[in-house]
Write a protein that binds this ligand. Structure first.
Ligand code: HEM
Ligand code: HEM
Length: 432
């Protein structure tokens, strides 16, 4: 009898803990085991894994140019399960970025960014930026050739931000070049400020999901009777978590986190490439003036993302993939156009002579900035108008199609930068 009561009490406290994160009842529609089920939950689990493995690594990592590289080697070779912890931290960071991005795409293409989920979306954007920053600040810590020069490439772009760029760069680097103060700044941001902000914002994110009345569902499904969270949702989440953990563990056992030779500030590899998630920007730098790459494009995307939930829309298509059947077909057209236009753009831009030589008297910001910018936006505008007429798209389907063009375009730019650029950032085949 006594045993039964204590068992009950234990079950109850678990139950209460779970129900602090979930509502007591959920809409059955949100329990469908789709390919995108639980992406947000996976991102949350990966953050927990990062904090846990990060704290373990912190016991042995030395944040100085003299000590960093050796301490990573010592973690890898001298510590029981040190290599595994390092590998998990590395692969989990990569997965976190992918999964957060896929979660965002799921939200975007089911229209879940609209009111009353606007605040969840806005907190989500900030979370994505923080996940990128935690990846970037972590990238420098191994202090090998790869990390040193990747951070040098990216931070050198900061100087192109008008007015504050140079000061911001010097403050972050603690001087003109990546050095001991940079490492210390990155370490403190990485292991203190950024994780704290992520955890706080995740709390807000979850609270806003509850306030919005749970996840988005299509019009016809809103009235369905609710079902118990425990065990229906919790059991499914448990399965997703186990599969994710098994996958992470498998890749961490098979593949080691890359570690090149120790950083050498006097010898730059050719080409020096940014981390993979910034390679799209580095590729754009070959075609556009830096001010456009560093300020105009990122700012437009950021402002557009914050503004998205407030655009006046004249339909209520939510909870359906690609918003409607014609939205789905238009999405395929947009993806194809994004793919083909970007490849053509890269090839044509590669063949054209340097505009500075043809028009030496015109400022570079016009020849390599404004003119290509107008050509690209003009092409997208013409294509979008054609698509709108062909499928009689409403405003939300129209916006969705532009986003698809941009996402596919960034993917093609990134793949080109990662695989098709060799010495001097010249176009090469990956096997050359
Ligand atoms: C969202 C959370 C986090 C992400 C995305 C992340 C990402 C990364 C990445 C990409 C690296 C480089 C790993 C490599 O390739 O060798 C790294 C290193 C490191 N991180 Fe994190 N990290 C996160 C949270 C944390 C936290 C919370 C701590 C500690 C409190 C931490 C401590 C470290 C340490 C000590 C290193 C250097 C050792 C190593 O390279 O593995 N990280 N992190
Ligand atoms: C560390 C990053 C993130 C974590 C841990 C996280 C976590 C979650 C979780 C657990 C959910 C519940 C449902 C689900 O699993 O899909 C959710 C929903 C949501 N998230 Fe995130 N999220 C993150 C990033 C983002 C980003 C980048 C965005 C968009 C910019 C976003 C926007 C939303 C929205 C709008 C919902 C509500 C979806 C709906 O009603 O169907 N989140 N998030």
């Amino acid at each position: 009898m006594a045993d039964n009561t204590s068992n009950n009490r234990q079950t109850k406290s678990w139950y209460n803990l779970i129900l602090h994160l979930h509502p007591r009842k959920v809409k059955p529609y949100t329990l469908r085991f789709t390919l995108t089920f639980g992406l947000g939950g996976m991102a949350a689990l990966l953050v927990v894994i990062q904090v846990f493995t990060g704290l373990l690594l912190k016991f042995h990592y030395i944040p100085s140019p003299e000590g960093a590289y050796n301490s990573i080697q010592n973690i890898n070779e001298g510590l029981l399960f040190g290599k595994l912890a390092h590998n998990i931290h590395h692969w989990s960071a990569v997965l976190l970025l992918w999964i957060t991005f896929l979660h965002m795409m799921r939200v975007l293409f089911t229209g879940a960014y609209r009111k009353p989920r606007h605040a969840t979306w806005i907190f989500g954007i900030v979370l994505l930026v923080l996940v990128v920053l935690s990846n970037f600040t972590g990238y420098l810590l191994p202090w090998d050739q790869l990390s040193y020069w990747a951070v040098t490439v990216v931070t050198s772009l900061m100087q192109y931000v008008p007015l504050i760029g140079e000061t911001a760069k010097e403050t972050l680097l603690g001087g003109q070049e990546v050095g001991s103060i940079t490492l210390s700044n990155f370490f403190n941001l990485h292991t203190g400020v950024i994780p704290l902000m992520i955890i706080l914002l995740m709390g807000f994110h979850f609270w806003r999901i509850r306030k919005a009345g749970g996840l988005v569902v299509p019009e016809g499904k809103k009235e369905e009777p609710l079902t118990d969270t425990y065990p229906n949702l919790v059991a499914r989440e448990f399965v997703v978590a186990l599969v994710l953990l098994a996958f992470l563990l498998t890749i961490s056992v098979i593949f080691d986190a890359p570690l090149r030779e120790r950083a050498n500030p006097y010898f730059s590899p050719n080409p020096a490439k940014a981390p993979w998630y910034f390679m799209g920007l580095q590729e754009l730098l070959i075609h556009f003036h830096p001010v456009f790459v560093v300020v105009v494009f990122p700012l437009t995307i950021l402002v557009g993302s914050f503004w998205l939930p407030y655009v006046r829309l004249n339909d209520s298509n939510q909870g359906i993939w690609f918003l409607s059947e014609k939205g789905r077909v238009a999405a395929k057209y947009s993806a194809t156009a994004g793919f083909v236009f970007t490849i053509l753009f890269i090839l044509i831009s590669n063949m054209l002579p340097d505009p500075g030589k043809i028009l030496p008297s015109v400022p570079a910001i016009i020849t390599t900035g404004l003119i290509p910018f107008l050509i690209v936006t003009g092409t997208i505008f013409l294509f979008m108008n054609w698509l709108k007429k062909k499928f009689s798209l409403n405003r939300s389907e129209y916006i969705q199609s532009i986003i698809i063009v941009l996402v596919i375009s960034y993917t093609v730019l990134s793949l080109t930068g990662i695989f098709f650029r060799g010495a001097g950032m010249k176009l090469v085949w990956p096997w050359q």
